[in-house]
Design a protein around this ligand. Sequence first.
Ligand code: THU
Length: 134
Amino acid sequence: MSSEHTIDWEALRAAALAATEHSYAPYSGLAVGCAALVDDGRVVVGCNVENASYGLTLCAECTMLGALHLGGGGRLRAFVCVDGAGAPLTPCGRCRQLLFEAAAPGMLLATASGPRTIDELLPDAFGPSALPAR
Ligand code: THU
């Protein structure tokens, strides 16, 4: 779907919108879907999964990252998140942290103001390099 240098943002948006169809959001009513291009060319998707114990809700990014690892791992080059009408959503703070750890260098995230790097959305991030060597 994408050469090494081009990102098919429309295809990612379409995949994210299709993922909203699987959302389980009876409490907030906000269906969320996301999609990312992996560095081997795969596209992984996720949807939000809410719970009656509200704080246990899984954001769409969480289920997408499970799919990333179940499908063989890899690093994310580009990411899109949308609501059920296709409007862009910017990841919450927790999900920025999760995405940071799965990001390829220079990973881009679609936002309402255009593509942004993960470093713009999570400056001076805490990450694996802050942990002691083991
Ligand atoms: N949500 C996501 O799926 N991703 C985000 O980055 C922000 C919020 C979901 C969680 C919850 O099901 C709904 O949006 C309302 O917060």
